[in-house]
Design a protein around this ligand. Structure first.
Ligand code: DX5
Ligand code: ZN
Length: 230
């Protein structure tokens, strides 16, 4: 079942010199989750932050920390991310030869387990894990950088994932990550997403509240249009 839409600002687009303050600001501005992109310069062509930065940010917000691991290997670091304060730990199917073991490991740490799919990976890759996972993350850009353009072909994959999740009968978040803005948000939601990562769309200008409200406003406009036309 599609749930109420959650907005997850990606701090990749925040001012890294003022990261604690930036997290407090998006918390105050109405974010639902804080999306934290961890990159290793090996699985993806960029290097960002590790568990120590997440631990330092933890006191700045009570919102769930949605930690997106773009690292390989993943397993040796799961405990460190759990202890640092992650609430959701998402790992890429492409990063692990033993994704089921990785998911079980995350669950054993008492955290929600997510599985991410790169644009080139088909929806069916999550099928064997639907009984265990709490979240599916669909990459709508190639992972590595904020501010890239949404890949429209991924909308079909979002639809297929929604159908697979609904058929499972379990509550699994369907999160879309990459290139989301107020024009594309309604399309992702109409395709079945119920959590939206928004990096550059949140951290632009000075009024993050207005940016988050614009994303939510775009959704309710889309919802009203659908109601009136249907
Ligand atoms: C890309 C990251 C995304 C990215 C989203 O590899 O996983 O979370 O920061 O940024 P925008 O919303 O700017 O595409
Ligand atoms: Zn991400």
């Amino acid at each position: 079942m599609q749930q109420a839409v959650r907005i997850a600002p990606s701090i990749l687009s925040a001012d890294f010199a003022r990261l604690g303050e930036e997290v407090r600001e998006v918390d105050r501005a109405g974010a639902d989750w804080i999306h934290i992109d961890v990159m290793d310069g090996h699985f993806v062509p960029n290097i960002t932050i590790g568990p120590d930065v997440i631990r330092a940010l933890r006191p700045h917000s009570d919102l769930p920390f949605d930690v997106h691991l773009m690292i390989a290997p993943t397993d040796p670091y799961l405990e460190a991310f759990a202890e640092a304060g992650a609430d959701i730990i998402t790992t890429h199917v492409e990063a692990s030869a033993h994704i089921n073991r990785t998911v079980q490991h995350i669950k054993s740490l008492g955290k929600k387990a997510g599985v991410a799919l790169n644009p080139g990976t088909p929806a069916q890759a999550i099928q064997p894990m639907l009984g265990d996972i709490d979240l599916v993350l669909v990459m709508t850009v190639n992972p590595g950088f904020g501010g890239q353009a949404f890949i429209p072909g991924q909308l079909d994959k979002i639809r297929e994932l929604r159908a697979r999740i609904d058929a499972s009968g379990r509550t699994i978040d369907l999160e879309v990550d990459g290139g989301i803005n107020k024009m594309l948000a309604p399309k992702a939601i109409a395709a079945g997403a119920d959590a939206l990562v928004a990096g550059s769309a949140t951290f632009s200008g000075s009024d993050y509240g207005e940016n988050i409200a614009a994303l939510r406003g775009a959704l309710s406009t889309a919802g009203r249009a659908a109601a009136f036309s249907g």
